[in-house]
Design a protein around this ligand. Sequence first.
Ligand code: F6P
Length: 620
Amino acid sequence: MFRIHGTFDASMFDPSGTSQAAQQDETIGQAAFDLHQDEIPLEQQQEASAGPSYGVASGDVEHRSVSYQPDMNLVVISNRGAPFDPNKPQTGGLAAALQPVVEHSGAVWMFSSENRGDGTERPLPLVRAGEGHVVELDLPAAHHRGYYRDYSNSTLWPILHSLSDRMSRAEEGYDSYRQMNKFIARAAFDLRDRDAFWVHDYHLLPLGSDLHNLGIERPTGFFLHTPWPTPDMIERVPNHRELMKSMLEYDLLGFQTNRDLNNFLACLRTYFELESKDGVVTTERGQTRLQKFPIGIDPKQFAEHLAAELSPAEQEKISSLLQNFEGAKFAIGVDRLDYTKGIDKRVEAFDQLLAAEPGSISLLQIAPSSRADVDEYQKYKEDVENAINHVNAEHGTEEWRPIHYTNDPFSQAALARLYRAAHVGVVTPLRDGMNLVAKEYVAAQDPKDPGVLVLSKFAGAAEDFNRDEALLVDPNHPEEIADAISKAAKMPLEERVRRFRSMMDKIGSYTIHDWSADYLRELDKSRITVPADQFHHLGLGWTNEAQMPLYQNYAAALTAYNEIDPADAALKEAACADVKSAFVALAAPLKHTQDRLWDLPAPTASRGDHRGQELGGRED
Ligand code: F6P
């Protein structure tokens, strides 16, 4: 932890002062911010920013132990949860990502149950899950439709994926969405003494602000699993300004890719004239740090899935599916039945491919139904099924069906087997946060005879895998997808192995465990960790690591000011203005920190009786 010594009084720096005043302040300021760099361990000084660094080049998965901030009692909150049963199917990437975090870190994970409640708050039913716990909340029936169907999935979801044509009921559901977030915040209030809150996905954009409004002052972080769009796209969401403002109540905002992070920063610039400096945005509330944390998988666990025993029923299902492809090439697509996944265009690509190369390859499309009460999803299901029927009628024979399609969900272990058997993995969403199917398909391959990944340019995974690894395509153009599938199916072994190894290195060097550990390490920087025996130093001069960039800006401005010859009045005046604005930027979060410091445990009597006086008589 960096420490800034001494106390600090905002009134010391008179923003309307002259250069002479500034000269005087410089002495006070320097003393107030006497940074003891020698207290910073070297590795911390050299620490790179969060995110993957791909260094391993072996093709083997490197297994490293990753710390989950073991002393952090974490609360995880999301709409969807995981079943915590390897034989049950999981829905979406979020569940797959958070299950290991909770199992290994001892976190409490709160998510929506399958039941609806009457809105009455009840004691939280904590159920053990590995080292952690889960709490399933019965969300109030009265607001569920507006929250989940109307606002989250008919308004936010299409816009976050830049598919505004799919947006409907733009005005509906917002009130329920806000009420539901407040309800969840009240439920989380029972966990207020835990160290930090990690909120997930677009259903809960304003939850951080609701937690703060209830007086919860622990660090709160948010991670967005979907993409974030450009300013002109988010403009179509009613209340977008209010929502984005509430997001700035979080201490840390995490995005999947640089594209999403940059889009969000562009929105802050457009709608609030806010600029980030070193990944930090400062508002009256305090600081919000913004970073990318590309989500990964656990390749070791995926290897274990391949070896795991399936239930007899699932084994039977898998065997009969695979019988369809015996001796022939097939590609696999695994997606929630969602219009963002580009399944219709993929089917069109097969239509074109089979017209050019009859009987060359089949498709196994697994598409569990999703959000069936949203009109657009019902329409999409019909469109996909009509397109598949057309291809099968056009290109099928008595003995051979081009596309095998099922809405059944499968366990991870069953999917691992299907991925391994498929010659091509087709992951062609129109837009996607990351798409873990892309990584899972690669992780399931036989290193000696791997399949090839055809990947949409607009999936987050395409920021991880380059052209020398996956075959990147524009998912809006079936002809491009068709060409890529054809190329993949014919690719020589040597090239397949080279591409596979390179992708495996990346998957192994930044796993789901690295993702969560990186995120939690960053979130932990917002925790106030003033040692109890230093309590008498409390004041604005104490801060946390996350505030360092602003302090450094201030220190740099002060140094620049000092270096200017006093004879050069104009330059001195300009430098003084820089010092002042750096000071103003720093003062707000420091004040915020001070407000939160009083949550710290009271010092024990043995540590000295004088401290109460120095703290202005406060007990804590
Ligand atoms: O990973 C994206 C995501 O939208 C998650 O937010 C969600 O949990 C999952 O897909 C499935 O969606 P739903 O919970 O609506 O079935």
